[in-house]
Design a protein around this ligand. Structure first.
Ligand code: OOG
Ligand code: MG
Length: 256
């Protein structure tokens, strides 16, 4: 029986070297979601030991479109580090990933801690700012196929994120149109309302779920609310531009 630390090493190495691995549940069908979060924490601790710094958290599977695309219908979360942050307007290096996809999200940054059961009003009053964002997800599992414990252990497919310009925390982002274009052609169209009906609910859920792991959201943490649409596969040569009503755009180029 492989230890949780051994499994953390497997998922961390797969991410570090961009080499796909079989699903953990292929050989460990009884792996629990609690074990998976423990593996995630241990794998992110390995990143921290290599010098990466805490940047916040990402929520996942907070929209129907995302749940349907990956066949898992449970809200999940993962940890972000500074090394995952990419420069808006810059390049994404395809070779650093197994099979990257992009999805439109909302980014929150906090000025106050949030811990455990909080109301939407408390979550809103803890905000420093809100920005348009896109997440780069990259499952380390072959063919981007996984069960719930697999994806949680794999840090919920976290691999990168781009954040656009920060807006006032009072900006109403409950129902804003989103258009994601590749080379000027729309590939995903949606609304921030697809995120749990209102993306602030994702921040409320983050505070609650992270507390179950004995952690809290801290001032300075970025929280990604989860993809509002299905994710789009990335290929070198693509220019990806996502426009969010009221909030602005987030763009990048995919290079080899
Ligand atoms: C799991 C991560 C989901 C989101 O925004 O829904 C996620 C995956 O799709 O690989 O990041
Ligand atoms: Mg996401």
């Amino acid at each position: 029986m492989t230890s949780l630390a051994g499994l953390a090493q497997i998922v961390d190495e797969a991410a570090r070297t961009a080499v796909a691995i079989p699903q953990l549940t292929d050989t460990l069908p009884d792996l629990t979601v609690d074990d998976a979060y423990a593996i995630q924490a241990l794998s992110v601790a390995r990143r921290r030991a290599r010098g990466e710094r805490r940047a916040g958290f990402k929520m996942g599977l907070t929209s129907r479109a995302k749940m349907i695309q990956v066949g898992v219908s449970e809200v999940i979360w993962g940890r972000l580090t500074d090394a995952m942050r990419l420069i808006e307007g810059g390049d994404l290096h395809r070779a650093a990933y197994v099979h990257p996809r992009v999805e439109p999200e909302i980014a929150y940054i906090l000025k106050k801690p949030l811990e455990g059961e909080v109301t939407a009003a408390e979550a809103l009053s803890a905000l420093e700012a809100i920005a348009p964002a896109v997440e780069i997800i990259d499952s380390r599992y072959r063919d981007f196929k996984f069960a719930l414990p697999d994806v949680v252990a794999d840090n919920s497919s976290s691999s990168g994120f781009f954040v656009g310009s920060w807006s006032s925390p009072s900006t109403d982002v409950t129902n804003l149109g989103i258009v994601m274009e590749v080379d000027g052609r729309p590939v995903q169209i949606g609304s921030t309302a697809a995120i749990l009906g209102n993306p602030i609910r994702s921040l409320v859920a983050a505070a609650r779920l992270v507390a179950k792991a004995g952690e809290r959201l801290e001032p300075g943490d970025i929280v990604l609310a989860g993809g509002a649409t299905a994710a789009h596969a990335l290929v070198p040569g693509m220019h990806v531009k996502t426009t969010f009503q009221r909030l602005g755009t987030v763009a990048f180029n995919v290079v080899a």
